[in-house]
Design a protein. Sequence first.
Length: 102
Amino acid sequence: MARLKWAVAEPVLSRTILLCVVFIGLNILDAWLSGLALGTGHYELNPFLGTRFGSNMLVKGLISAGIVAALVLLKRDRLLKPLSLGMSLICTWNCVVVLLWS
């Protein structure tokens, strides 16, 4: 319990906060773009959320917020940069699908 209290009491850097917001925002953008693609007849490639939630922005936003909270509490916030980069590539792919193949 002391470790959890120490992790919460430690100040979070503004860079970390920015990466948290970017990661959550990219996940919500991914859900929105996936919804647009699904509306034009495409299908979701995500094996975990695709069949259950489709393009539900609230669910994907809450899941990404939970991931961010866990990473910050466990002091693994350095993983937010590669995760955000990966999500930006996924969002770019979704933009290509929506704009070119619709």
